[in-house]
Design a binder for this molecule. Structure first.
Ligand code: ADP
Ligand code: MG
Length: 376
């Protein structure tokens, strides 16, 4: 178990280097007092240099760049941010941990009484269902039985391709038959003027929720609220794997730079987004988590119509929006939908989108042009 944990940490750190986006704006040099802030370098920390922290949550690496008046404030904020992310994972959205609400809801699949939801999870599921409807089912949180059958995230992180069991047609058909957002039922009791009524979830027999496509985005949304509710931290960039939050400003007034990784060469960026203030940037791609067997790439974004990794002429999609939950959900949906339908969907939500196609072409929404600079 311990070995597994450390393998995970190392793999995740490696993954962080090849996720869809990267923070371009890492401050200067080691003299600036970088690191986890615990090394007693407070004296050499200039007011313009942020503190940086790295940890793990939600199966990925969390990198925080924090601008605060002093180390104590930065460290306290960073610890609070990690508590928030671990809390979300453990209490709300993980399907693996029996402490979470999603886990407990999944256990009731097939039951007549259903499952009484917290207002948080009810709201999350309502937003997710709305996205499913608008994306014509490309985004679907009810794919749990199929994602578990593939188990690609775990194979990609731990085992590599050797011995990777490709599900049979029959297995896939069986798992897929219990999926489908249209079969999930949310029933709200009548509320009053002050409060909405409580919401009950009914999962048909065998159906399992998987909120993997919006978990990190939810984390960014909640971190945004946390940042907005305080004024000690004046600027921050928080990267959760393929999802990045920018907030506030830097003391020198320069803007945030978020790199878009080149799916054809993950060690470099294809372009940069220049952003002012608060934004969420989410990327989904076939190069993030995958297992390659005999030249076929099995990645972790599944087409709900087939239950297999989505076949798309897109390598990666980056969505820019103020709201993290939606930017994350949209990037997954847009990957499956492709540039034409994906652009239309992003526009419905007022989001900007950038598609990197299989032939290397980069397609931008009109509004994205003002933020994007191609590197080559
Ligand atoms: P990442 O988690 O790397 O940021 P995504 O946000 O695109 O990538 O989410 C991928 C995860 O979402 C998968 O690991 C799986 O748990 C889940 N998933 C896969 N396909 C779909 C889909 N069509 N709709 C909703 N969730 C999906
Ligand atoms: Mg997503």
């Amino acid at each position: 178990m311990k070995h597994f944990f450390w393998t995970m940490i190392y793999t995740l750190l490696a993954l962080a280097l090849c996720c869809g986006c990267s923070i371009q704006d890492r401050p200067g040099n080691a003299d600036g007092g970088q690191g986890d802030g615990a090394d007693g370098q407070q004296n050499v920390q200039s007011a313009d240099t942020p503190w940086q922290y790295v940890d793990t949550a939600m199966g990925t690496v969390v990198q925080q760049t924090v601008y605060a008046p002093d180390q104590e404030t930065a460290q306290a904020f960073s610890a609070q941010a990690m508590e928030l992310l671990w809390g979300l994972e453990q209490k709300e959205i993980s399907w693996r941990l029996d402490t979470s609400e999603v886990y407990r809801a999944n256990v009731t699949s097939g039951s007549e009484g259903g499952f009484l939801l917290s207002e948080e999870l009810a709201g999350l599921l309502e937003s997710g269902l709305e996205l499913s409807r608008r994306s014509e089912g490309a985004f679907d949180m009810t794919l749990g039985s199929v994602t578990r059958l593939w188990n690609i995230d775990e194979w990609a992180a731990e085992n590599g391709a050797e011995g990777f069991p490709i599900p049979s047609r029959e297995e896939l058909a069986g798992a897929l038959s219990v999926c489908g957002y249209e079969k999930l039922r949310l029933q709200r009791e009548a509320g009053d003027q002050e409060e909405k009524g409580q919401c009950r979830l009914f999962l048909p027999e065998g159906m399992q929720l998987d909120l993997g496509a919006i978990g990190k985005g939810l984390g960014l949304s909640e971190l945004t609220s946390m940042l907005e509710g305080q004024n000690a931290v004046t600027g921050a960039v928080i990267s959760l794997g393929g999802s990045i939050l920018t907030y506030g400003s830097k003391p020198d007034g320069s803007i945030w730079k978020v790199g878009i990784i080149d799916p054809f060469d993950k060690s470099s960026n294809i372009g940069i987004l220049s952003l002012e203030g608060q934004w969420c940037v989410s990327t989904s791609g076939d190069y993030e988590r995958y297992v390659e067997v005999d030249g076929v790439r099995y990645h972790h974004i599944l087409d709900p119509k087939t239950g297999t990794p989505a076949v798309s002429d897109v390598r990666g999609v980056t969505v820019l929006l103020k709201d993290g939950l939606l930017s994350d959900g949209l990037s997954t949906a847009c990957f499956i939908l492709g540039p034409e339908k994906g652009m239309a969907l992003a526009a419905e939500y007022g989001a900007e989108a950038l598609f990197i196609l299989s032939d290397g072409e980069v397609v931008l929404s009109e509004g994205m042009e003002q933020y994007y600079t191609a590197i080559r």
